[in-house]
Ligand binder design. Structure first.
Ligand code: AMP
Ligand code: MN
Ligand code: MN
Length: 319
């Protein structure tokens, strides 16, 4: 675990920062928050951010335009930091740069994270990686750009301060951040609540065609390739659908999946707490948190659903 982040980082000349594939709000917030913060600390260092292209909704964050999506870098970094990624596979192409650096640091909050890199700081009780960073960062080097990024990440991973992962530590972090002059509700409106017309159509369609099973304890919905092509949908367009499915009375587990290739699905699961979906996802090679997890699976929608149901049912029966 890290006691003093700046001591741990030392006095590097080059710093690389990355997060997980298909970056979400906490990933983008923690990566760009770290970028803005370290830019204030290490004025002469070369700091580079490597990340899969994040959605345009995050373009108000400092450093967004400087993100390197090619992952091509010929040299070795003095320090390389991976954020919000439960395992090294999920930083994808940045893994090589991370492992090849003089010092690799991982900061994360996934319960499935067993630690990787030279130094690893995993706090599964933290709502978000941005919450961890807010407590780690020193006031002296904070500014409004850092605060906006960290606020974005906390808002996204807590469903705008609603989920059970919210603790007094979360609000203590928010207290530190909202002292800075920025419009928090504009951030949550424009990056969390607002949907494009296509996103709302996909949500409506998925809800209409969803199936309720296991005595109403499970709900599942999916979008296949044909529908994705028809709506010209990208994976970002599915953000939030699984959470809406979960808000069905009586449901313990909500499952959403979309087809990533022929008979290949990206699965998202949400639980109300009785079922540990991180365990289910881990069994199929994925990971996440007790109440929010994901994995990639092969087969038809019904094959995948049958496989998942077996594990969910087993957990429900054991209660
Ligand atoms: P999602 O359902 O994609 O919003 O993801 C929910 C949580 O599970 C996030 O914290 C992800 O980091 C994690 N997660 C999703 N998919 C995977 C995967 N294939 N492998 C490991 N963790 C995942
Ligand atoms: Mn994330
Ligand atoms: Mn996170």
């Amino acid at each position: 675990m890290i006691d003093n982040l700046l001591k741990e980082i030392g006095t590097p000349q080059t710093i690389g920062i990355t997060g997980h594939i298909r970056p979400d709000g906490d990933c983008v917030g923690s990566v760009l928050g770290m970028y803005a913060y370290l830019s204030n600390v290490y004025k002469d260092a070369k700091i580079k951010v490597f990340l899969e292209q994040p959605p345009m909704i995050y373009s108000y964050l400092k450093g967004y335009d400087l993100i390197d999506t090619t992952f091509a870098y010929p040299g070795q970094f003095d320090v390389f930091i991976a954020l919000d990624s439960g395992d090294i596979e999920r930083i994808d192409a940045a893994g090589k740069l991370f492992l090849g650096s003089k010092k690799s640091i991982c900061i994360d909050h996934h319960v499935s994270n067993t630690g990787y890199g030279d130094v690893s700081h995993v706090a599964p009780d933290a709502s978000s990686t941005c919450e961890i960073l807010t407590h780690m960062f020193e006031d002296e080097y904070m500014d409004v750009e850092v605060a906006k990024a960290l606020y974005t990440g906390i808002a996204h991973d807590t469903g705008v301060f609603r989920y059970s992962c919210v603790t007094p530590e979360t609000f203590a972090a928010l207290e530190k951040l909202i002292k800075y002059d920025f419009d928090g509700s504009k951030i949550t409106d424009e990056t969390f609540y607002q949907k494009t017309y296509v996103q709302n159509q996909l949500l409506g369609r998925t809800l209409l065609e969803s199936i309720l099973f296991m005595d109403g304890k499970c709900i599942a919905g999916y979008v296949d390739r044909k529908a994705m092509e028809f709506y010209e949908a990208t994976p970002q367009d599915f953000e939030g659908i699984v959470n809406q499915l979960q808000m069905t009375k009586g449901v313990e587990v909500a499952i959403f999946m979309y087809e990533t290739g022929t008979l290949e699905f990206k699965v998202s699961m949400r639980s109300n707490g009785k079922v540990n979906v991180a365990d289910v996802a881990s069994y199929f090679g994925g990971g996440g948190h007790v109440r929010a997890a994901g994995c990639n699976m092969n087969g038809t929608f019904h094959d995948v659903l049958n496989n998942l149901s077996l594990h969910i049912e087993r957990q429900l029966e054991a209660l």
